[in-house]
Design a protein around this ligand. Structure first.
Ligand code: IFM
Length: 437
């Protein structure tokens, strides 16, 4: 399969990447996965976990804080708006729990051939050691619905939320965490069947630990390096145990965890900013990888933004910004893919996207990121899949509903879905590529 120059130019929009060599004509691998990602708590609705408790206790405060900031008019028109309390309570979210068939029909219509979703631990094990067979059946139905549409399932076991019983036992800081996670993993893997190849044990442990245990603005809102370090070690142990469990049930499985990566560059040309940049890169790309080095069949990266780093570790977003102020920088994806290639493992981009309520930047964003991904592949990076974040608008954690990340717009009152034009840009890229295979 070869990509013609016009197809490449279509990928790049009118602005091919600065250093793109047009004579290189390799192609995406046959069997490349194109899809979108979601996570249970952000789309399902009706959950009861540590986050739902925290949301209820903090929604008033978050809305009051939002009132002190200035907002562009178009964001205040979002329903719910950042100034409203209900923005900060996940509630029914997108009602994806009841509408997953409809949502997968849309993904199929948009040309996807894979889909990443997560299992909600608090549904499957609402009480310690007591598993809910009906909920396991639900996730079997989800997998079946994906298979029926030829969408390859990528299953995430933990995307940040935990059941309340576990929260009351110390949550991720419990020294028994690995035991609890292993028991849950064993049950889910056994119940979902052996035909699932792709597993992500943990979503972005580095991001969660930074927000929840260092910056302290996500539950359980701690600011302690000691706790952060402990949680990372426990999560790494949990990953390693789950890796073995999945392989015991499914020897040919591909198991990894996903990392929040960012393109860091020194803000100024001086040694201190340079050293700070190295530290930030070590944290985002390497630390957890070192802890799990023998138990990764592939690398999963989630890339969103550039950060300029000033000593000691002040990171700022500059240049083109998304609705939530993240710096858009497609070239950074190429940089990271090249750096990670040295590990000689397959790479999946399990998230990449932006908050863009007007859908003004998303089409270009997708084109440019895929063009830079393709360039890295032409230069040897073994990238095997790309998942846009997200299929649907969803509940963006402590920011709530106002950031709109979806290829598909969600009306949170009627739950009606509306395909955004950028979703069709993505579709046309997928179709051009897949049809040339
Ligand atoms: O919404 C999140 C997701 O849960 C994890 N990765 C980053 C996304 C955008 O912030």
């Amino acid at each position: 399969m070869g990509l013609s120059t016009p197809a490449l130019e279509a990928l790049c929009g009118n602005k091919p990447p600065k250093s793109y060599n047009k004579t290189v004509h390799s192609s995406f691998l046959k069997g490349f996965f194109f899809g979108a990602a979601t996570s249970a708590h952000q789309v399902e609705g009706g959950n009861r976990n540590d986050w739902t408790e925290w949301e209820v206790g903090n929604a008033d405060r978050l809305a009051a804080e939002a009132k002190k900031r200035s907002w562009p008019e178009f964001l205040l028109k979002n329903d719910p708006s950042p100034l409203q309390k209900e923005n900060y309570i996940s509630g029914k979210a997108c009602d994806h729990y009841n509408r997953f068939e409809e949502d997968f029909d849309i993904a199929k219509k948009l040309g996807h051939n894979a889909h990443r979703f997560s299992i909600e631990w608090s549904r499957v094990e609402p009480l310690e050691g007591r598993f809910n067979e009906k909920e396991l059946e639900h996730y079997r139905n989800v997998v079946h619905a994906l298979r029926k549409r030829n969408l390859e399932p990528f299953v995430t076991l933990w995307h940040w939320t935990i059941p309340l019983w576990l929260k009351n036992k110390g949550g991720l800081e419990s020294s028994e965490f690995q035991i609890y996670f292993s028991r849950y993993a064993e049950k889910v893997v056994g119940a979902l069947g052996t035909d699932i190849t792709f597993w992500i044990t943990l979503n972005e442990p580095n991001a969660l630990v930074r927000r929840a245990y260092i910056e302290g603005d996500w539950p359980p809102c701690k600011r302690s390096f000691l706790s952060a370090f402990r949680v990372l070690l426990y999560l790494a142990r949990a990953h390693r145990a789950a890796y073995q469990i999945i392989h015991k049930h499914i020897p040919r499985a591909q198991v990894g965890w996903s990392s929040a990566v960012r393109y860091f560059k020194p803000a100024r040309k001086n040694v201190l900013d340079y050293l700070s940049t190295m530290t930030a890169r070590f944290w985002s790309e390497k630390f957890f990888l070192l802890l799990t080095r023998n138990e990764n069949d592939y690398l999963a990266i989630q890339y969103y933004r550039k950060g300029e780093v000033q000593f000691p570790l002040r990171i700022t977003d500059t240049g083109d910004l998304s609705d939530i102020g993240w710096a858009i920088h497609p070239e950074g994806l190429h940089f990271i893919l090249k750096r990670l290639s040295r590990y000689k493992k397959p790479i999946y981009i399990t998230e990449n996207g932006l908050a863009d309520a007007r859908d003004a930047q998303r089409g270009e964003f997708i084109r440019n990121h895929l063009a830079w991904m393709k360039k890295a592949m032409d230069e040897g990076a073994d990238v095997r899949g790309y998942f846009h974040w997200s299929l649907l608008d969803n509940f963006e954690w402590s920011s709530g509903f106002w950031p709109r990340f979806g290829l598909v717009e969600v009306n949170y009152k009627t739950f009606k879905r509306k395909i955004r034009p950028s979703a069709l840009v993505y579709k046309s890229i997928i179709e051009k590529d897949l049809s040339s295979s």
